[in-house]
Structure formats: structure tokens, C-alpha cells
Design a protein around this ligand. Structure first.
Ligand code: CP
Length: 318
């Protein structure tokens, strides 16, 4: 197996070898899925499995890409998105709710507002239960980081300068991705944010690669190979400080300062961090990230069920 765990909990659990093998598996699966015969084959490989999507925070991309990844693999899905329709309204604890549906399914995909609850359920369920963290509060979003890593890998991974721009204090995608890029040779990270929204020390303390903190986007915009934008994460509380978000945005006024061969990423949803007119620019890769997310999740689920390679010609999985 590529990834030793039956759980996807945080970025720290992945080695560089895991990540590179996962990238190759994604490409292999996409190649298989490019024909109707291949798609039919993929639909058979986990058709004996069932999954539940338990989402206690809003989501468009993560929810739908996981649901569609399950469809691609023939996995039957159920969901709880609105707990006003579940027995949690009768006072059932979240842990009891999860212990209940763990009796029905093989895979739990969970998004939750708490940073730690994913660890609690992981500790309380049998090891054989597959569990995926689809976003744990403002702490981590490892599957977004895996798809971001795959997107960067496709354009060249080593010796890259990467700027994270925006609310890095609560931006869980940045926290998870920084920990993955930390494993790559020659990476330099720039954390670009107003001082009060800078990334926390708990992430910086884990970094071995070179990094810089700055509040000046103009200073780094022309130096970097990857510009990774994030929005203000105000679902975790507003701020009394007046922030000029235009200083942390890409638009027709500053797009030409970005290197010609750089890529612009955003986990989405966006607000004004990237103007719509930038979408047409060849460097804008955030819609590609959305598509990559579904295929990465297909590959991740395969791997978590012990399928680390797929050979369509021989109808063989191993
Ligand atoms: N990138 C991301 O997590 O998007 P959603 O919140 O729509 O799932």
C-alpha cells in the first residue's frame, strides 16, 4: 500500500514517498477513466463498500467531490448534512451518532467545526473503519492539501517559491498544505498576511524549509512560482480591525507582476481575493484544482482500501 493508514486525519501522516505515489495513482486512474470501458471498470472495484458523508460545516466542493468519487468507485453513499433531521436533535451525542452509523458503513467522511473531534472519533472507532478528515475547524483540511499538492506536482514540485496570501490564522488549507510542501526539496514559503492574521507558530515550529512572514504582497508577488490565495475565514469570528482586503488580492492591476510561468491557486470559495477577469489568464489554475480534487479523492479512497495500483489492461488491482 502507498499510504499505510486506514485514516486520513492530518498532513503530518504523509511521507514524500506517499505523496508522490498518490500523485501517480491519480494520473493512472484518470487515464483509466478517460474511456467508457475504464469508467465501467472503476465502478466495480469498491462496489461492495458503503460510505457516509457527515458534514457539520458548509461545503460545496469537498462534499460533492467525495460523493462523486464514491460514485466513480461504485461505493453507495448516505449523508447527514442537516442534523435537525437526525437524532442529535433528541440529545444524542455526536459520538453516539457516529458510533451508530459506523455500524452501517465502511468509510466515514467527516467535516466538523472542532479541530480535535476527528481525533476523538478516530480513537473511539475500530481500526478497520476508514475515516477521512474533510475539514477539522480552523486546524486542518488534509484532502484539500493533497489535491493542491497534486496540482503543484503537475507543474513541477521542487525548488519552488510559494506565497500563501490572506487569512492564514484560520486558513486550514494553508496550514495543511504548508506541512506537505515542507517535505519537498528546495521549497521556500512566503506567508503574506496582515500581522493579526498571520499563520500560527504551531505550524511554523514544524517547518524545516526556508520561510518568510510579511504583510507586503507587492514585495513578493513577482518572486514566486505559486500564488495561493485564501479568503477571510470569518465563519470563525469577525475582526474589529479594518483590513484592506484589496491589498491581498489579484486583479487586472497586479496580475502582470506575477511570473509568466507561475500558477495561481485558490481552494475556493473566493470573494474578492481573485477578480473574475483573472479566470481567463493562463496562470489561473483554481478551476483545475476543483477537478483534480475529485480524482485525488478517488485515488485516496482506493488507497485506503488497499488498492495502490490499478491495471485496466489486465483487469487487475493490487
Ligand atoms: N475548498 C473547499 O473545502 O471548499 P468547500 O468548503 O466548498 O468544500
Amino acid at each position: 500500500m502507498i499510504i499505510i493508514n486506514t485514516k486520513c486525519i492530518n498532513s503530518q501522516q504523509y511521507s514524500l514517498e506517499n505523496l508522490l505515489n498518490l500523485c501517480k495513482l491519480i494520473d493512472k486512474i484518470r487515464n483509466i477513466a478517460s474511456t467508457s470501458e475504464g469508467l465501467k471498470y472503476l465502478k466495480t472495484i469498491l462496489s461492495d463498500k458503503r460510505a457516509i458523508l457527515y458534514f457539520k460545516q458548509a461545503s460545496t466542493r469537498t462534499f460533492l467531490s467525495f460523493e462523486n468519487a464514491c460514485h466513480i468507485l461504485g461505493i453507495s453513499c448516505s449523508e447527514i448534512r442537516d442534523t435537525s433531521t437526525s437524532s442529535e436533535v433528541k440529545g444524542e451525542s455526536e459520538l453516539d451518532a457516529i458510533k451508530t452509523f459506523s455500524q452501517y458503513v465502511d468509510l466515514i467522511i467527516m467535516r466538523h467545526p472542532s479541530s480535535d473531534f476527528i481525533y476523538e472519533i478516530s480513537d473511539n472507532l475500530p481500526n478497520v473503519m476508514r475515516i477521512i478528515n474533510a475539514g477539522s475547524g480552523s486546524n486542518q483540511h488534509p484532502t484539500q492539501a493533497l489535491l493542491d499538492f497534486y496540482t503543484i506536482w503537475k507543474y513541477g514540485l521542487e525548488n519552488k517559491k510559494i506565497a500563501f496570501v490572506g487569512d492564514l490564522l484560520r486558513g486550514r488549507t494553508v496550514r495543511s498544505l504548508a506541512l506537505l510542501l515542507n517535505k519537498v526539496n528546495g521549497t521556500k514559503l512566503y506567508f503574506v498576511s496582515p500581522k493579526s492574521f498571520q499563520i500560527k507558530d504551531d505550524i511554523l515550529e514544524q517547518l524545516n524549509v526556508e520561510y518568510e512572514l510579511t504583510d507586503d504582497f507587492e514585495k513578493v508577488i513577482s518572486k514566486v512560482d505559486v500564488v495561493y490565495m485564501v479568503r477571510l475565514q470569518d465563519e470563525y469570528g469577525g475582526t474589529n480591525e479594518i483590513i484592506d482586503t484589496n491589498k491581498y488580492s489579484i486583479n487586472s492591476n497586479n496580475i502582470n507582476k506575477i511570473k509568466d510561468d507561475a500558477i495561481i491557486l485558490h481552494p475556493l470559495p473566493r470573494r474578492n481575493e481573485i477578480s473574475v477577469e483573472v479566470d481567463k489568464d493562463k496562470r489561473a489554475k483554481y478551476w483545475e484544482q476543483v477537478e483534480n480534487g475529485m480524482w485525488m479523492r478517488v485515488a485516496l479512497i482506493c488507497d485506503m482500501f488497499g488498492i495502490s495500483n490499478i491495471d485496466l489492461l489486465n483487469n487487475k488491482i493490487y
